[in-house]
Design a protein around this ligand. Sequence first.
Ligand code: HPA
Length: 276
Amino acid sequence: MTKAYERLLACYQCVEDRLPFRPKVALVLGSGLGDYADSIRIESVLDYHDISGFPVSTVSGHKGRFVFGYVNDVPVVIMQGRVHYYEGYAMEDVVLPIRLMKMMGAEILFLTNAAGGVNFDFHAGDFMMITDQISNFVPSPLIGPNIEELGERFCDMSQIYNRELCQIIRETARELSIPLQEGTYIQLTGPNFESPKEVKMCRILGADAVGMSTACEAIAANHMGMKTCGISCISNLGCGMSDQPLSHEEVKETADKVAPLFKQLITSAVTRMGNL
Ligand code: HPA
């Protein structure tokens, strides 16, 4: 058994002891969305600090806990706060929570984030459903001995974002009259925002939105055969696309502003995913 899997099992035992709960959907909340978890029917809460060996975030505004509960009648586990590669954690740490949520029973992973728009057709405040990704600027979370218990060494990535889940999100947005962009997410390391030429590079590579999370989590989830989907809140346009310098405050402000709509979209989409 690999060290990484031993560690996962130890984390799982901490969770299992305390929570006899089986989530169907795992939801990761990005910047500005953290309080979504407070609006669901909460069954229990578990601080990351109380799980031995669990990576804990250092970013301000990111809470660090699992919330177990129900979105309508769908059992969910919500990550209120995630750790990022730029904090200095190894990729193994960054994706540990995703693996743990799969071990808890979650079949579906719903990723959210705040991202910079790279596509000139995008505006701050838009939502973008992620249909594919570019992750080559960060190390793969699958580097190192393969965790055979989770998935195979050379795993397919032809449909990282599950088509059926994408269709559910698309239809949900249409019914709620929430405009929805679609596109490719590129993960860079951060923590600095990009230079104008780096944003141009992202566009030339085929990306529509740029961020510092998500793609690595989606790879780990696919490795385990978890059905994955994701939505970016376009909190700003990429550097050089507007006159303003970027700030974390701006990112949080925009995300906060559109959070009510985002929450509506997530609630309805998750409810439908419960029927799968
Ligand atoms: N770049 C990278 N990550 C981000 C951005 C951005 O412009 N906005 C929010 N997260």
